[in-house]
Design a protein. Sequence first.
Lengths: 88, 193
Amino acid sequence: MTDETPHIDCDEALERLYEYLDGELTPDVEAAVRRHLVACAPCLRIYDFERAFLRFLEARTRAADAPPELRRQLLERLLFDENQLHGE
Amino acid sequence: MPPARPDEASAERRAAFEREALPHLDTVYRVALRLAGDRSRAEDLTQDTMLRAYRAWDQFTPGTNARAWLLTILRHAFINEYRRPRNRAPTVDVSAIEPYTVFGDIQDLDPEGRFFDQIIDDEVLRAIDALPDEFREAVVLSDIEGLTYAEIADVMGVPVGTVKSRLFRGRQALQRTLYEYAVSMGYLKPETP
C-alpha cells in the first residue's frame, strides 16, 4: 500500500488549526492534518473546542443589517450625485 | 451603436452601482459598526464609503470582487477620518496572549465549550470591540463576514501570513476575554488549585 500523505506532529497540527477550520489549506496538507487528528485524541479535542468557538462567533455576530433609513438616504444621495454630475 | 447620452450614461452607471455594490451594504454597515464603535458613526462611515465608491465607480472592474473593493474603501475612510484614540474600552494586550490556554484551563470542566452559549451577544461584541484595531479588523472580516485570508490580505494591504498571525492572536485574545467573563459571571467554576 502506498501512502503519499505526509506525516505531521502535534506542533504542526496545532499551528495549522485555524487554517484547517477556515478551509485555507491545500488538499495534501489538509489530508495530513485530518490523518493526525484521527490518531491523536488530545489534538482532536482542541480542534473540536476551537470549531465550537468559531461557530459560536459566527452565530452571534451577524445579526445587524444596515438600517432601512440608511439605505433610503443612500439611494437619495446617489440620485442627487447623479443629477449633479448630469447637470455639470 | 451611438455613444450613450450623458444622462443615459450616468443612469447606467448608477444602475451598475446599485446592482454590484449595493447588495454589500449590510456587510459594509456591520464592519463599519465594529470599526467605528457606535451606530451614528457607523452610519456616517457607511454613507461616506458608499458615496466614495460611487464616485470612484469607473475604477472598479466589473465582475471582480466588489465586496473586497468596498471594504478597502471603508478601511481607508476609517483610518483617515474616523479612527480616534481608543479610550472607550480597555484594549486587550494581544502580545501577552498564550495560545490554547483557555482550552488548557477548561479541558476537564467544559471541553466542548458549552459555556459560550451562555454569553449574551452584546458581551461578544464588546469583547470584539476591545481588541486592538488590526486584530479586530482581521477577526471581523473573517469571523463576522466570512472573507478568505486572501481577501482580508487584499483589504488590509498586508501579506497573507500577517492575516494568519493577526487572526490567530485576535481569536485567542477574544476567547480569553470571553472565558474570563464567563468565570466572572459564574457560568464556569474552575477549581482553584
